[in-house]
Design a protein around this ligand. Structure first.
Ligand code: DOR
Ligand code: ZN
Length: 424
């Protein structure tokens, strides 16, 4: 048996926030949450005094680039980066090379994903080759283990096709997660349309490209009621749209990334292509609206959109470099520094958005510290300050947050009762 001793246990699913112990049995499950003095009966005692103990984080949005683009990341390095960030479950996007649009590619991946130290789950594509023309065999992909459907990276323009996809996802009771940027409203990707894009001589990506397409898909889901997940929300107006939709009874969920909660378009001026991301970092007003959206439950989940690229790719000019940044190892620090320490969100609120909310949407046996649940947990120090290094457990280092000082450091990650990461 393992004992996690004297930590501040925060488990929003069970409304727990108190200093106590957690006992893990030999099958890797939580045996007990409560004070435990028979330390001698445990072969491993982890001292968590002064630290927070929470359910392992669940990220519904990562890019592990496997198969085909493994010079950026692969499922093994991605899983280790996730563990270093406090994650015990992640869901991989399907914009790989080839994309995950067939049972054959899906099965090859899921077989390998079973061997990893944390739970790595897989989505499949909504459309064949992510071309937005023809649906994949969603029944077969679902039976073969796809936990959700997405063409993330590429918005789906065709409305009739979207209606069909929503209906199929409703029937299968799986989330459909959508990248909302209407190509016909875009001038260039990755940088907000405004003073910064102008200064750089770029067309820019306006916020209406996001909120108009999000509003369309939300309204298309009105009659269907699928589990519609709006990915990486970046605009305050999109938050308003989702708030109104939820109020009127439309089924919709929202993701926000740590980077959109922490930074604005100005970061592109100092960090160049490293801060280029789709949808782009926007204004301070948008950032504040995203935080309020999380606070009032309009936005359900914090998801990283961990998007590794090579140094070579990211050293190109902003106009040519690919969009995206890594996020797993900086997520907790960014969110604590920019939303908790500012007094806007509580630790319980961010933990909820990092654990039970995503677990519920995907019907995962994760996200809580209930007795009998898998012993998936993270131990972190919310007060420890650290400087983001220029190398990561991830294969990639495309982070605009390198050299920044953050509060909140992951000390250990436990998955199925095994220590899968420890900070030395
Ligand atoms: O910036 C992004 N990069 N946004 C996405 O949605 C996709 C991602 C990628 O795959 O690189
Ligand atoms: Zn993505």
């Amino acid at each position: 048996m393992k004992l996690i001793k004297g930590g501040r246990v925060i488990d929003p699913a069970n409304n727990i926030d108190r200093i106590t112990d957690i006992l893990i049995d030999d099958s890797g499950r939580i045996q007990r949450v409560g004070d435990y003095d028979a330390e001698d009966s445990c072969e491993d005692v982890i001292d968590a005094e002064g630290k927070v103990v929470a359910p392992g984080f669940v990220d519904v949005h990562v890019h592990f680039r496997d198969p085909g683009l493994t010079y950026k990341e692969d499922i093994e390095t991605g899983a280790r980066a996730a563990a270093a960030g406090g994650y015990t479950t992640v869901i991989c996007m399907a914009n790989t090379k080839p994309p995950v649009d067939s049972v054959e590619i899906l099965t090859e991946l899921t077989e390998r994903e079973k061997q990893l130290p944390i739970h790595v789950l897989q989505t499949a594509n909504v459309t064949l080759s992510m071309q937005g023309r023809e649906l994949t065999d969603m029944d077969a992909l679902h039976s073969a283990g796809a936990v959700g459907f997405t063409d993330d990276g590429v918005p789906i323009a065709d409305e009739k096709l979207m209606v069909k996809a929503l209906a199929k996802c409703k029937e299968l009771d799986v989330p459909i997660s959508l990248h909302e940027e209407d190509p016909s409203l875009m001038f260039s990707a990755g940088v907000n349309k405004g003073p910064v894009s102008e200064k750089l001589g770029l067309g820019g990506a306006p916020d209406e490209a996001e909120y108009v397409l999000a509003a369309r898909d939300i309204l298309l889901n009105r009659k269907t009621g699928a589990k519609l997940d709006i990915q990486h929300i970046s605009s305050g107006v999109t938050v308003d749209v989702i708030r109104a939709a939820k109020k009127s009874g439309i089924k919709v969920y929202g993701e926000v990334t740590p980077q959109h909660l922490s930074a604005t378009e100005d970061l592109v001026l100092t960090k160049g292509a490293l801060a280029k991301v789709n949808p782009p970092l926007r204004t301070e007003e948008d950032r504040q609206a995203l935080i309020r959206g999380l606070a009032d439950g309009t936005i359900d989940m914090i998801a990283t959109d961990h998007a590794p690229h090579s140094s070579e790719e990211k050293s190109k000019p902003v106009s040519e470099a690919p969009s995206g940044m890594i996020g797993l190892e900086t997520a907790l620090g960014l969110v604590i520094t920019h939303t908790v320490r500012t007094g806007q969100l509580s630790l319980a609120q961010i933990i909820k958005a990092l654990t039970i909310n995503p677990a519920k949407l995907y019907k995962l046996n994760a996200g809580t510290l209930s007795e009998g649940a898998p012993a998936d947990m993270v131990i972190f120090d919310p007060e420890e300050q650290w400087t983001v290094p220029d190398h990561f457990v991830s294969k990639a280092c495309n982070s605009p947050f390198i050299d920044m000082k953050l509060y909140g450091k992951v000390k250990a990650t436990i998955c199925g009762g095994n220590v899968v990461f420890r900070d030395n």
